[in-house]
Design a protein around this ligand. Structure first.
Ligand code: ARG
Length: 363
């Protein structure tokens, strides 16, 4: 396709097969209403040990308002940049998460947030999939996105929800303890029913990459594999992490032939990437003072591509910005340290709804 044709082609309202085609429309999360989720084995398994006390004490309450306010300002800056770069930005509802709810077999003191659309919604081509997340506090998270999902559905998108999980006690492994990484280490969730978070997957056209984690089990991966059928292949990536949750701070294909990886968590680059250039993310900037409630500082490498070159990156990550430039990309810096507190950065905070491109194989 030549460039004139490319400009006039109009794509379905939802159309995204990879992490890098030219971005036209995106959902950016909101932080207002965020609450500290109830203490649970799946929380313990995935958040920094330093924060366990905070979570136990503030469970069910809103996060400190000064942190919410500062994160909201980061998000506004991000949205302005995206709009200035020509992207249509959509936002979920600002829902208060401090309402308790119950299912027949369990109850939950509050929800979490509507900050990370990447965690729960998976866009593959013209389909949006609501994923079966195992955190009870995230059971109704999709509600904030329902008006948008209904709109996209009316405009022709395919809309699917994976089997709604029961989230009864059988799903959890109460004896789970972090004993360090090994190939056959135990997880906080069992194989009782299929569960996965969307953010444990990254997309490269016909090939998708997934990590098994404390939120994504084998049955969850198998459900998606059968659901997507023969057009797609799902490959499991070995990530050396004893508290895995979300692959996008470990393994991130940035553009055709360009792979970003965590220098310690990815020991072996999967064979199919042998002809790709690999960038090992530099250490997160140690001079930055930060609160990280829910993740490691490696959210620094959680970048977001606007096309094959333009990449959204944290303004203070100077070494990383240099490395991205040397890697042939065009970094767009944005303040995001305050948002990072809530467990993610640009890739987590977004869901690319429409990119200009078709289904392809890159291998
Ligand atoms: N668990 C990762 C870490 O601590 C953070 C993953 C963030 N990704 C996301 N989609 N929320 O490094």
């Amino acid at each position: 396709m030549n460039s004139a044709e490319q400009k006039t082609t109009s794509y379905p309202v939802v159309n995204s097969y990879n992490e890098w085609d030219l971005l036209e429309e995106v959902i950016v999360g909101v932080i207002e209403g965020a609450c500290v989720p109830p203490w649970h084995i799946t929380v313990k398994a995935t958040i920094p040990e330093k924060q366990w006390g905070f979570f136990q004490e503030y469970s069910g309450k809103p996060f400190p308002s000064e942190h919410i306010g500062a994160a909201a300002r980061d998000l506004e800056e991000f949205v302005h940049i995206l709009e200035a770069e020509g992207v249509m930005v959509r936002r979920p509802e600002k829902i208060r998460c401090d309402k308790p709810y119950a299912a027949p077999d369990w109850q939950c003191a509050c929800g979490l947030y509507s900050a990370m659309p990447r965690d729960l919604l998976l866009v593959i081509g013209d389909e949006i999939i609501e994923t079966p997340m195992p955190w009870r506090s995230r059971y109704f998270e999709v509600n904030a996105y329902r008006p948008l999902l209904t709109e996209y559905f009316k405009k022709g998108a395919r809309w699917t929800a994976a089997p709604k999980p029961q989230l009864t006690d059988e799903l959890y492994n109460p004896d789970y303890q972090d004993k360090g990484y090994s190939k056959d280490m135990p997880y906080a969730i069992t194989e009782f029913e299929p569960t996965f978070d969307a953010a444990d997957f990254v997309r490269c056209g016909k090939d998708l990459f997934v990590q098994k984690s404390h939120v994504t089990n084998r049955l969850g991966i198998e459900w998606l594999r059968r659901h997507l059928g023969e057009r797609f292949t799902i490959h499991e990536v070995e990530v050396v992490d004893s508290h895995p949750m979300h692959i996008d701070t470990s393994f991130m294909p940035l553009a055709p032939g360009k792979l970003l990886v965590h220098p310690e968590r990815i020991k072996t680059i999967p064979e199919m990437f042998k002809s790709w250039d690999v960038l090992y993310a530099p250490e997160p900037n140690k001079t930055i003072k930060r609160t990280l409630y829910m993740s490691s500082a490696w959210v620094s490498m959680n970048v977001f591509m606007l096309d094959h070159e333009r990449v959204m990156v944290e303004k203070n990550e100077e070494d990383f910005i240099k490395a991205l430039k040397n890697f042939g990309l065009k970094p767009i810096p944005c303040n995001f340290i305050n948002f990072n507190a809530f467990g993610g950065a640009f890739h987590c905070a977004t869901l690319d709804i429409r990119r200009r491109g078709e289904l392809q194989s890159y291998f």
